[in-house]
Design a protein around this ligand. Structure first.
Ligand SMILES: C[S@@+](CC[C@H](N)C(=O)[O-])C[C@H]1O[C@@H](n2cnc3c(N)ncnc32)[C@H](O)[C@@H]1O
Length: 274
């Protein structure tokens, strides 16, 4: 197994708290080959912030329609996925919808490499990948009204109470995404962690400028539980929350499969820019 080391220097770069702990490791040969073969074509060279970490974005960098034109060759509608993991969703969507542009945001080397492999293997032309802190990119570089949709599927759960602030769904990111979305654009979120679902409702149901488009009612505990007391949630007061049916374009990923194997309930959310 590849030796994994934690690059702790990246954890607090540029922003106060980030949603990931970056582990660097030597890629297995197949993924290294994918990187060597396809990175030049698919991986965007996002300008780095010299005063931040290697995954933060330069204050001068602007991701706007000219940038899209230069890197996708057109200004078709753009869908951005935050935390693409192995790229199952974004590659499938890009293949199925050639008239839409897709941007995969991921921090983890093997995830980026898997997505490069999928893109290269299928010669997907409407997909680009950026290895950046998605929150930093949204909060500092994205032009207004640039994205049709943003997807965040199965974000890292950060189950310990003291780590809930690391959850990527936060009010500041919500407002940055709202700015980046076109009018009527959507932020689609999914999680298999009930406590994260409560967190999403708390951040998003009251978020300025978003409407929860949920059409079904889901019962959730109204108090938070952490890693050690997650089982206590059943005995806590509950309330009904509006959530969405599974987004039909969302494919089953290995993260979702693992959650289903543990009998987790999957929560889907659709927040429309009002
Ligand atoms: C639990 S995985 C889910 C991956 C994928 N969405 C799926 O459903 O299979 C969460 C992913 O988000 C990535 N991630 C966490 N924080 C991020 C950030 N700030 N910017 C980009 N990616 C991030 C992690 O590296 C990880 O691959």
């Amino acid at each position: 197994m590849a030796e994994v080391s934690v690059d702790r220097g990246q954890q607090f770069a540029h922003r106060g708290v980030v949603s990931f702990v970056r582990r660097t490791s030597k890629l297995p040969p197949k993924l290294q080959k994918a990187w060597d073969d396809y990175a030049r074509h698919y991986l965007l060279d996002i300008a780095r912030n010299p005063d931040g970490g290697e995954l933060s974005v330069s204050p001068d960098f602007v991701f706007d329609a000219d940038y899209v034109q230069a890197h996708w060759g057109n200004t078709n509608p753009l869908i951005i996925e935050i935390g693409t993991g192995q790229g199952e969703n974004i590659a499938a969507a890009a293949l199925a919808n050639p008239a839409v542009n897709y941007l995969a945001l991921e921090v983890y080397d093997p995830g980026v490499a898997h997505t490069l492999l999928r893109a290269g293997k299928h010669s997907i032309e409407n997909l680009r990948i950026a290895q950046v802190d998605a929150a930093d990119l949204f909060e500092h570089a994205l032009a207004p009204d640039i994205a049709k949709e943003v997807w965040t599927y199965f974000p890292d759960p950060w189950p310990k109470m003291k780590h809930h602030k690391r959850r990527i769904v936060q009010p500041a990111l919500a407002q940055a995404i709202r700015t980046a979305l076109v009018p009527g654009g959507m932020w689609r979120i999914a999680t298999d962690i009930d406590d994260y679902a409560l967190h999403v409702h708390e951040v998003m149901d009251e978020a300025h400028g978003f409407a929860n488009e949920g059409t079904k009612s889901v019962s959730l505990a109204t108090e938070h539980v952490g890693k050690g007391n997650a089982d206590d949630a059943a005995d806590l007061p509950h309330a009904e929350f509006p959530e969405s049916e599974r987004f039909e374009g969302r494919v089953l990923t290995s993260f979702e499969r693992k959650g289903l194997e543990k009998n987790h309930t999957v929560h889907d959310f659709t927040y429309r820019k009002a």
